[in-house]
Write a protein that binds this ligand. Structure first.
Ligand SMILES: NC(=O)c1ccc[n+]([C@@H]2O[C@H](COP(=O)([O-])OP(=O)(O)OC[C@H]3O[C@@H](n4cnc5c(N)ncnc54)[C@H](O)[C@@H]3O)[C@@H](O)[C@H]2O)c1
Length: 307
């Protein structure tokens, strides 16, 4: 296939690009390099790379000419960055997705795979793992824009027959992630024997999905035709203090784990519980993420930090 990947130089995008290049797909990456370039040299040499902004409509049309699929992952993210830049976050999401849809229409591209987020569940009450049917509760500009785009894309399925796969990622971690995010940040603190800083009580839970599992799910889902919203989750609930403990152990660190008050601007992100169901993913693809947190963290230590 010929595929345009926006945000393909980022964490998830670079891992997915590498996999798709290795499978023989012809890839164009469009990325503003806001977070640097995480593509390795070999992969970079095998793709068509365009440095640019998804808000540039003409660029999106030109970049996707001749493609069979647009994988639209470009976004502004990271709790503090989004809290400090809500307007730009919204802008990149809404205008970028509008441009992806417009480019697909103009270039007769029949499918868009879009990176949404588990953040749209917000403070939804959960007794069991979150399914796609749960009433969502987006609270931040980032989560609201993601939900808006899911609906916007689905309306293009209804009206124009565009195939749409919206992916609700649950805390992806692994190779190429930068330390805005909790797993690489804790590793960095642990390896320097500095305090590992946990916000609040540390009892808040998340569902951590290893990058290779995430990429596998994406590759399987991109073959679907129709309109889908799909969780990509590990179905395991871990509290942040246990995550800190595990990383400290794996890094063989002498760090203290310290508990500090979360900055006020993080309030809407401080969801008490979040764990996702991957039943729908399994029904659609026969696949579920299987790497346990312990295994994933050991792989990170091995790949990124082994001396
Ligand atoms: N990592 C996670 O746990 C997670 C969870 C939920 C959703 N997501 C979504 O998955 C996608 C990929 O996330 P990631 O973790 O790889 O993040 P990332 O920040 O590493 O990648 C995003 C990429 O988008 C690029 N970008 C930002 N603004 C752009 C613009 N205006 N034009 C072109 N490129 C631009 C950045 O340079 C970066 O390379 C995003 O849409 C994100 O919202 C990620």
């Amino acid at each position: 296939m010929r595929i345009l990947i926006t945000g393909g130089a980022g964490f998830i995008g670079s891992n997915l690009t590498k996999r798709l290049v290795n499978e023989g797909h012809e890839i164009t990456v469009l990325d503003s390099l806001l977070r640097g370039n995480k593509l390795d040299k070999d992969t970079y040499s095998k793709i068509n790379f365009i440095k640019g902004d998804v808000r540039d409509a003409q660029l999106m049309i030109d970049a996707s000419k001749g493609c069979d699929l647009i994988i639209h992952f470009a976004a502004v993210l990271g709790v503090d960055i989004v809290a400090d830049n809500p307007v730009e976050t919204m802008d990149v999401e809404v205008i970028g997705t509008r441009n992806a849809i417009m480019a697909a229409e103009i270039n007769n591209i029949k499918k868009i795979m879009y990176a949404s987020t588990s953040g749209i569940y917000g403070h939804s009450a959960i007794e069991n793992a979150l399914t796609e049917e749960v009433l969502v509760d987006p609270r931040t500009s980032y989560a609201m824009a993601k939900r808006y785009n899911e609906i916007y894309l689905a309306s293009h399925h209804e009206e124009k027959g565009l195939n749409v796969i919206s992916l609700r990622f649950f805390n992806v971690y692994g190779h190429n992630q930068d330390n805005r995010m909790v797993v690489p940040l804790f590793f960095e603190q642990a390896l320097k024997n500095e305090p590992i800083t946990v916000f609040g009580t540390g009892k808040q839970t998340r569902d951590f999905t290893y990058i290779d599992d995430t990429v596998e799910a994406c590759v399987r889902l991109m073959n679907l035709e129709g309109c889908y919203i799909v969780n990509i989750a590990n179905e395991a609930e871990w509290c942040i203090s246990d995550l800190a403990d595990k990383i400290k152990g794996i890094a063989n660190s002498e760090s203290e784990i310290t508990y500090i008050a979360a900055p006020k601007k993080r309030y809407d992100y401080e969801v008490e519980r979040r764990v996702g169901s991957s039943d729908k993913l399994f029904k659609l693809t026969g696949y579920k993420p299987l790497t346990t947190l312990e295994e994933g963290l050991k792989l990170i230590q091995e790949i990124n930090y082994k001396k």
